[in-house]
Design a protein around this ligand. Structure first.
Ligand code: G6P
Length: 599
């Protein structure tokens, strides 16, 4: 989704802004732009459709001078990707510039009202109304003008505003859209996410909804909508710069796949003391007394929830309901006070998951956020929070965030099952090194992808946790390779999906449930009989499937219900290599965004 950045300090703003925008590229975008102000000079805007290299070129041909500026990467919602629809947008006189991430829901009525006041619009965007409204309310006080503007906006927004009358001032405001302030020595910055700030500072501040901040090079003052000053602590971010760089890997996605052994280790072992799982006391209290657990999230995070349902019901015998956040928020929720909900979100900023959080809280449900981002909206608004120790995840396709979410959910399952020590935990503790063993064999998957990447259709099938991870595997493959991929509960094959199977189909059978090996073997025979190529993924001790599948890939043997953390690494690598072999950029898949902050 759109990314916004801002800088105010002593140095030239444009190189800082362009570099910061590059660090937000992963969010997905179709155009970019910057605006800069300088003492006694006119405000200057450079914006252009397409990749940031277009903007770099434009700025090198038509440089902008100034030590205060804002920047934007746009992901089109209202109006096609074009130079004119790119941000920053300016008021009619061109002295106020605005960048916006989010959606202004009442933009049509505001536009009509502004047009009646003789404002001539240049773009088709919802965001342009903000620039004109700030101008309408501007009477020499920029902060007041932004405050008055915000009172008229419905929807979600992170907004940054500069004005040529105040070259030493940057005003920002947010509601339901992420915005982080970075505090450095003699300069300050803002960004939609932490990575652009890391090469400047690790000291950050978060705005709450409907709060504004006034930044100068030396100060940051936070206000509420009534204009009262708000105190806000400075949060230290542990992530180091290398964590947000490629470090020699061709793509962030590959780097993040290979970071999984460490991320899994950090996530698990930070919760083990003297050979026993130690969970935050309040989270444990909520979970062990819960009779009905609800889990929600979107995309990959939802799939983590799907796995957890099987695992928690199997080990802890507690009923678990999983739903996609965009569904849960609109259906009739049969929740009552005292129920517990785990909301899973890598970014902690996904609009539908946040909406569920607020809805469930209003119903008295105890909410536990499972997120990767300290200070994210979900982490601040949930009753309780559990962090994955994945480090920053930059690639759009989620990998290490998923496996660390799973690790947290396994920890939860063992606590709910009152198995904080013992054989299961010992198995779990082996998973990080088993993930490494699997990655050491990655060339086998690369070679398999080289043979199979051109299949028209790829179907993943499995039973129980293998079905849940099939959903994630199909998602990963379609996201970055654009191959038509689907997932099926293997028992459903005969009820429809088998009609699609022919010689152009690759079927990946996830086979890690020993009690169901015979059933999976039959399913493989069924698809083979229709001409499909079949790959079976199973444990290294297992000899089944040799006779039926065309190829068998073996993962280290573990407790069958723990296998998703390993099988999914095979699917991640397969999707990655298919994407590269097809000439795609796996880090920037078409039409997708890392963080879906609007509905
Ligand atoms: C987007 C991303 C997915 C992610 C989903 C949920 O669709 O492309 O990779 O799984 O959002 O994101 P969240 O940050 O809430 O986990």
């Amino acid at each position: 989704m759109c990314g916004i950045v801002g800088y105010i300090g002593r140095d030239q703003a444009s190189p800082v802004l362009l570099e910061a925008l590059r660090k937000l590229e992963y969010r997905g975008y179709d155009s970019g732009g910057i605006a800069v102000v300088e003492e006694n000079e006119k405000l200057q805007v450079r914006k252009i459709k397409g990749r940031l290299s277009n903007l770099d070129l434009l700025v090198s041909q038509q440089p902008v001078q100034g030590t205060c500026g804002i920047g934007h990467t746009r992901w089109a919602t209202h109006g096609e990707p074009s130079d004119v629809n790119s941000h920053p947008h300016t008021d009619v006189s061109g002295k106020i510039a605005v960048v916006h991430n989010g959606i202004i829901e009442n933009h049509a009525s505001l536009r009509e009202w502004l047009e009646k006041h003789h404002v001539v619009f240049r773009s088709q965007t919802d965001s342009e109304v903000i620039a004109h409204l700030v101008d309408f309310h501007y009477n020499g006080d920029l902060l007041l003008a932004v405050r008055e503007t915000v009172k008229r906006l419905d929807g979600s927004y992170a907004i940054a505003v500069i004005c040529e009358d105040f070259p030493g001032m940057l005003v920002v405001v947010r509601k339901d859209s992420p915005l982080v302030i970075g505090r450095a020595d003699s300069y300050n910055l803002i960004a939609s996410d932490v990575p652009p700030l890391l090469c400047h500072t690790r000291e950050v501040q978060y705005l709450n909804d409907l709060e504004l901040a006034l930044l100068t090079k030396d100060e940051v003052t936070i206000y509420n909508l009534e204009g009262e000053v708000q105190q806000r602590e400075i949060v230290h971010i542990d992530w180091d710069i290398e964590a947000a760089e490629k470090c020699g890997y061709e793509h962030f996605m590959l780097k993040e796949i290979f970071e999984q052994p460490k991320a899994l280790h950090d996530t698990l072992f930070s919760r083990i003391k003297d050979g026993k799982i130690v969970l935050n006391a309040k989270i444990k209290e909520a979970l062990v007394h819960c009779n009905h657990l609800l889990i929600t999230g979107c995309g990959t995070a939802y799939h983590a929830g799907m796995v957890a349902k099987y695992v928690i019901e199997h080990f802890a015998m507690v009923s678990v309901e999983v739903d996609i956040a965009s569904e849960l928020r609109y259906r009739t929720p049969l929740c009552k006070a005292g129920d517990v909900c785990i909301l899973i979100s890598q970014s902690g900023e996904t609009a539908d998951t946040i909406a569920c959080l607020r809805l469930l809280k209003s119903l008295g449900v105890v909410t536990i956020a499972l997120t990767n981002v300290v200070g994210s909206t979900i982490s601040r608004e949930a009753d309780l929070v559990m962090y994955t120790q994945a480090g920053p995840e930059i690639a759009v396709a989620s990998t290490k965030a998923l496996t660390t979410q799973l690790m947290c959910l396994y920890v939860i399952a063992l606590v709910m099952a009152k198995k904080e020590t013992g054989a299961l935990l010992e198995q779990l503790m082996l998973i990080p090194s088993q993930a490494q063993l699997l990655l050491d064999k990655q060339e086998d998957i690369q070679r398999f992808a080289a043979r199979q990447f051109n299949k028209d259709k790829v179907f993943f099938m499995g039973r129980l946790t293998d079905y849940a991870i099939s959903l994630e595997s199909a998602l990963k493959l379609k996201e970055i390779s654009y191959t038509h991929s689907e997932s099926f509960a293997a028992g459903e094959l005969k009820h429809g999906p088998i009609a699609l199977v022919d010689e152009s189909t690759l079927v990946v059978a996830m086979c890690t449930q020993p009690l169901l090996f015979a059933k999976m073997d039959s399913n493989i025979k069924e698809v083979k009989a229709r001409g499909a190529t079949a790959l079976a993924i199973t444990f290294d001790m297992v000899q089944d499937f040799n006779a039926t599948a065309d190829e068998v890939f073996r993962i280290p043997t573990t407790e069958p219900y723990f296998s998703p953390m390993l099988t999914v690494i095979v699917s991640q690598l397969y999707a990655y290599y298919c994407s590269v072999l097809k000439g795609n950029d796996p880090d920037k898949p078409r039409n997708l965004a890392k963080s879906v902050t609007v509905e």
